[in-house]
Design a protein around this ligand. Structure first.
Ligand code: HEC
Length: 128
């Protein structure tokens, strides 16, 4: 709640005092959307990033609905300690934890095991 209020306050400040800064952050948002669309899978890491950006980011991008935020090493440390095998199994089969529900394959049953595994590796890599 405190963070949310802070964000509202910060954007209000930007709106009133600093128009160009707001434009800049909007421009940034559209750039990253383009980067997502044009990224081509080459290595396994790229594949993982592609799947992550397409789907997992919905919850793991900002840490929505109890999902551990990608890049938040604190949120991931204990999970990573479980080992990759458990993490991948939870991502494939789904997982009900204390914080929320991780849907099987993030909710997209058309993803292959390899794609889900690559996305888990990607999240773990950026969250160490
Ligand atoms: C609808 C929201 C949602 C989506 C989409 C989603 N997740 Fe999750 N995920 C969660 C939540 C919530 C948790 C935490 C559950 C808990 O610990 O209470 C979680 C936890 C995890 C964990 C940790 C499991 C553990 O044992 O601690 C992994 C790994 C994971 N997700 C991978 C993925 C991958 C890979 C994708 C994309 C293919 C994905 N998630 C998409 C909501 C989501």
């Amino acid at each position: 709640m405190g963070i949310r209020l802070g964000l509202v306050f910060a954007s209000a400040l930007l709106l009133t005092s600093c128009g160009p800064a707001r434009d800049a952050s909007e421009a940034q948002a559209s750039v990253s959307a383009e980067t997502l669309l044009s990224s081509t899978p080459e290595t396994n890491q790229d594949e993982g990033e592609r799947v992550f950006q397409k789907l997992c980011v919905i919850c793991h991008g900002l840490g929505v609905a109890g999902a551990p935020k990608a890049g938040d090493s604190e949120a991931w440390a204990a999970r990573i300690d479980q080992g990759m095998e458990t993490l991948v199994e939870h991502a494939l089969l789904g997982f009900q934890g204390e914080q929320g529900v991780m849907p099987p394959r993030g909710g997209d049953m058309s993803l292959s095991d390899a794609e889900v595994e690559a996305a888990v590796s990607y999240m773990v890599e950026v969250s160490r």
